[in-house]
Design a protein around this ligand. Structure first.
Ligand SMILES: [Mn+2]
Length: 335
C-alpha cells in the first residue's frame, strides 16, 4: 500500500495495482484518524463531477415528498458521517471494489426544498450528466420520490430497466392529497412513462396495513413479482435471489432500497416504519444476491436521522451502500 496522505484532509489516496492502474482508496484508520476530515461517503475523495469515475456516491437531500415523519433531507449527511467505519474490503464476500473501479463522492444534487416538481427536474438533469460519463450512481436519499426522476434519466440512457425494489411499501400509489409526485407514487409514474421492463421487476419486503384487501394487485397486474415480507420471515433469501437473477437476466437493472424494508428494530430512523420487516442479514443477502446482474444504478432511501437516536439506521445504510458497490459489474473478488 502506498499512502500519500500526510494530514487529515481529502487528498486522494491511491494504491498502484499490478494492472498498472491506480484507484481512489479510502485512507486506512491505521494511518488517518477515522473521525478526521470532511465527511464524504466512505472517506473517499470528493470531486465536483462524475468525469473519470466508474461509480459515484451522490446525495439527494429531500424529504418534501414524505407523507409522515420528515427528516430524510438529513440522510446523506448522516450516512456520510457513519460511513467513516467503512473499510476498503468486503470481509464477507472478499470483494475489492477499490481495486476494480474508480469511485468518489460527488456531493449532493442542488435540490429545491420549496418545490418538489422543480426538485425532480433538477435530479433528472443531474443524473443525465452523471450517466452521460458512463458512471454508475449510488444514491443516498432523500425520500423515495427521488427514484422517479433518477429512473427517467436511467431509462433515457439504458432503455426500460429491470428493477429490484426492496421496501415495506409498493410505492405505486396514483395520487396522494391530489398530487402525482410524492414518496408513495414513484413506481406508478415510472410504469406510466415506460421506464421499467415490467416483466423484470421484483418488489421484496412489502407489508403493513392497507387500503384494500389486495394492496399489491396493481403491481402484479403490471407483471411485477411481489415478494411480501411474510413470505421472507424466518428464511434465508439466498434461494429467492437465485430466482430473481434468473428473472432479471442480462439486461440493465436498477436497485432501489428503501431502508424501511428492514424491521424498525434494525432501522428505526425512517419516515413510515412498518413492523415485522426484513432482518439486516436478509437485506445483505438481497444485495449480495444481485451479484452478476447488470446493475446500472442503485439507491438507498428514507433514512431520517431525527428518528435515528443511536445513528444505527444511518450506519446500516452506509454499509448497505458499500454492499451495493461490491456487487457492481467488474468488481474484483479474492475468491
Ligand atoms: Mn419506499
Amino acid at each position: 500500500m502506498h499512502c500519500r496522505s500526510s494530514r487529515a484532509g481529502l487528498e486522494i489516496i491511491s494504491w498502484k495495482k499490478m494492472s498498472g492502474k491506480s484507484y481512489n482508496v479510502p485512507p486506512s484508520a491505521e494511518f488517518v484518524a477515522r473521525v478526521s476530515g470532511i465527511a464524504t461517503m466512505a472517506k473517499l475523495p470528493f470531486q465536483e463531477t462524475a468525469e473519470g469515475l466508474d461509480a459515484a456516491f451522490i446525495g439527494v437531500p429531500i424529504d418534501t415528498g414524505t407523507s409522515n415523519r420528515p427528516g430524510a433531507r438529513f440522510g446523506p449527511r448522516q450516512i456520510r458521517a457513519e460511513s467513516a467505519m467503512l473499510r476498503p474490503y468486503n470481509g464477507g464476500t472478499r470483494a475489492a471494489p477499490y481495486e476494480s473501479l474508480m469511485v468518489a463522492d460527488i456531493g449532493d444534487v442542488n435540490v429545491n426544498l420549496y418545490d418538489l416538481k422543480d426538485t425532480c427536474k433538477r435530479i433528472r438533469e443531474a443524473y443525465r450528466k452523471i450517466l452521460k460519463t458512463g458512471c454508475i450512481p449510488l444514491t443516498m436519499g432523500g425520500d423515495h420520490t427521488i427514484a422517479y426522476p433518477i429512473l427517467q434519466a436511467v431509462a433515457e440512457r439504458h432503455g426500460p430497466v429491470g428493477l429490484v425494489h426492496v421496501d415495506a411499501h409498493s410505492d405505486t400509489g396514483d395520487v396522494i392529497l391530489g398530487e402525482k409526485i410524492g414518496h408513495g407514487t414513484p413506481f406508478r409514474r415510472c410504469v406510466e412513462e415506460g421506464l421499467l421492463d415490467c416483466s423484470r421487476v421484483v418488489q421484496i419486503g412489502l407489508r403493513g396495513s392497507s387500503y384494500s384487501p389486495d394492496a399489491y394487485a396493481w403491481s402484479r397486474a403490471q407483471g411485477f413479482r411481489v415478494v411480501q415480507a411474510d413470505e421472507c420471515w424466518h428464511k434465508s433469501l439466498v434461494p429467492l435471489m437465485a430466482e430473481v437473477r434468473e428473472q432479471l437476466g442480462a439486461g440493465p437493472v436498477y436497485l432501489s432500497f428503501d431502508i424501511d424494508a428492514l424491521d424498525p428494530a434494525f432501522a428505526p430512523g425512517t419516515g413510515t416504519p412498518e413492523i415485522a420487516g426484513l432482518t439486516t442479514i436478509q437485506g445483505v443477502e438481497i444485495i449480495r444476491g444481485c451479484r452478476g446482474l447488470n446493475i446500472v444504478g442503485c439507491d438507498l432511501v428514507e433514512v431520517s436521522p431525527p428518528y435515528d437516536a443511536t445513528g444505527n439506521t444511518a450506519l446500516l445504510a452506509a454499509n448497505l451502500l458499500f454492499e451495493m458497490l461490491c456487487v457492481l459489474p467488474k468488481i474484483k473478488y479474492y475468491n
